[in-house]
Design a protein around this ligand. Structure first.
Ligand code: GDP
Length: 529
């Protein structure tokens, strides 16, 4: 098949939600439709169990699952679908942000009873900033929850979206009778035990038809007619262009657990969701249909087996075809690398592949060459943008607790940082190392992995930092900049890319510093060019 045809038939997306909204359940049902798994329960939840902070087995279990579910690929109606896993736990939000750089669209799952929750807000904000096309799935309609219109309002207000319902529930909870599919203009009735079977739909071309009353009863039929009239009055007509630009978000209702409303979602998704899109690099926009291969690393997974020091780097293919045993340029190192056993991921297994296309993810075995954001090409020096570091929320000094193992410690820290587990800052004043993380859980992960994978021991020491701000010297007045560097030396550090970072100890001191040195730009992410 030609490159263009392969691109046309690919959809690469992520499912985002607050933990417990139903992401894993929905993923599983999508895989069932694709015939990629045979029964429910095959997809393991990558959720952190409560109390996991001190349970190291849990960390390992979690990492194992996270490898297994990193990418789930399947075919449905001739379309190759790649689902990229996004951890819902807030301590791993940074992993999710990075994964979002590799998706072409997302599905947002919302629990009908809980409405918009905290993690959903944060993740949707990132998608909105990047204009990623989003479809919303309101889940658990078999339970009592919020009124559909209220919830749609809440989504618009809290998430800043412009919604357009493409399906609408007929009742909810005990009274949940089914879904009217506005997109296809048919009705899907809920029997309550459609978990395994793919339900039948009943075509209703005219909502006024008495058949509707026979099917769902007079009251529900009347309510539905009124509600659909309201929907048509309030919400704009669906427009694919607006959806693709991130200006309009279609909404579906259903119950993932009962496999209800999932097929409607999937059918609409493969129809409207974007195929792999052009990507902006620092140098130029790269189109998927260019003959020359390019791709970037968005995730690294390491050392699942302590006897084999290898890592798996996940590459999203942006353009051209990726072929096995072909030398590609590692742009940052300016050297050619060849991969004899690239992995492709399917629902329950990974396999060596000879060729992959834009939108696909390949896993490359790596002995320490890659870090997140690295680009591979056929020779051109392209650097993909858009994998910034955000200011961590927690900061601690990391100290060596076994002086005989300092080499191991530094190697371990170096590799864990390349994987994106946390961020390292080196203080300008005394060279002390500070680890910054999004969540407290990461400190345990780092300590455990340093010990088990590198044979090194570390100790943490508290440090009072409110935020890390990246300093952009460009455009600042030299005398102001020099004074800043001199006066604030105690608060300055370098990140791993040798960029200067100001570690503010309070919102107040940050504000004062910004006022005192107005020509210096303070950035809250590492990528500001
Ligand atoms: P995740 O944390 O977003 O991956 O959520 P899960 O898929 O693990 O679901 C969390 C819980 O909600 C599980 O107990 C599911 O069985 C349940 N659940 C998921 N979908 C539905 C649904 O449609 N209806 C009901 N009643 N429960 C659901």
């Amino acid at each position: 098949m030609s490159l263009i045809k392969e691109i046309q038939r690919r959809r690469t997306f992520g499912i985002i939600s607050h933990p417990d909204a139903g992401k894993t359940t929905l993923t599983e049902k999508l895989l069932l439709f694709g015939g990629a798994i045979q029964e429910a329960g095959a997809v393991k939840s990558n959720k952190i169990k409560k109390g996991a902070t001190s349970d190291f087995m849990e960390i390992e279990r979690q990492r194992g699952i996270s490898v297994a579910t990193s990418v789930l690929a399947f075919e449905y109606n001739g379309i190759k679908i790649n689902i990229l896993d996004t951890p819902g736990h807030k301590d791993f939000a940074e992993d999710t942000f990075r994964t979002l750089t590799a998706v072409d669209s997302v599905i947002v799952v919302i629990d009908v009873a809980k409405g918009v929750e905290e993690q959903t807000e944060k993740l949707v904000e990132v998608c909105r900033m990047r204009n990623i096309p989003m479809i919303v799935f309101i889940n658990k309609m078999d339970r009592e929850g919020k009124d559909a219109f209220d919830l749609l309002d809440e989504i618009e207000q809290k998430l800043g979206l412009n919604v357009v319902p493409l399906s609408f529930p007929i009742g909810m909870g005990y009274e949940f009778k089914g879904i009217y599919n506005i997109w296809e203009r048919n009705i899907n009735l809920f029997s309550g035990d459609s978990r395994k079977d793919i339900e039948e739909t009943i075509e209703i071309s005219d909502l006024q038809s008495p058949e509707l009353n026979t099917l769902v009863g007079n009251t529900a039929a009347e309510t539905l007619r009124e509600e659909i009239e309201l929907v048509e009055g309030i919400y704009p007509a669906f427009n694919r262009e607006d959806y693709l630009n991130g200006d309009l978000q279609p909404v579906f209702f259903g119950s993932a657990l009962n496999n209800f409303g999932v097929r409607e979602l999937l059918d609409c998704f493969i129809d409207i969701a974007p195929k792999p899109r052009p990507k902006q690099s620092e140098e130029r926009i790269v189109n998927p249909n260019e003959d020359k291969f390019s791709g970037f690393v968005f995730k690294i997974h390491a050392n699942m087996d302590p006897n084999h020091r290898d890592r798996l780097a996940f590459i999203k293919i942006v353009s051209g075809t990726f072929k096995r045993n072909t030398p590609y340029l590692h742009v940052r190192h300016n050297k050619k690398l060849k991969f004899s056993s690239p992995n492709a991921f399917f629902a329950e297994k990974k396999e060596i592949v000879d060729i992959s296309y834009p939108g696909d993810i390949v896993g490359l075995h790596d002995t320490g060459n890659f870090k997140i954001g690295d680009t591979l090409t056929e020779g051109e020096a392209i650097n993909y943008k858009g994998i910034p570091s955000f200011s961590p929320e927690h900061f601690r000094y990391i100290n060596n607790a076994d002086p005989l193992k300092s080499k191991q410690l530094y190697k371990g820290i170096d590799q864990l940082m390349d994987e994106g587990v946390a961020q390292l800052f080196t203080l300008e004043l005394n060279g002390r190392k500070v680890i910054g993380t999004v969540g407290a859980l990461q400190y345990e992960v780092i300590q455990y992995r340093l010990e088990h994978e590198y044979g090194a021991k570390c100790r943490y020491e508290n440090l009072n930092v409110y935020k890390a701000c990246w300093i952009d010297p460009n455009g600042s007045k030299p005398e102001e900049y020099n004074e800043f560097v001199r006066v604030k030396q105690r608060f300055l550090a370098k990140d791993k890319q040798e960029q200067l970072v100001f570690l503010a100890d309070s919102p107040f001191s940050l504000q004062m510093t910004q006022q005192k040195y107005p020509s210096i730009k303070f950035h809250f992410t590492s990528e500001f060019n």
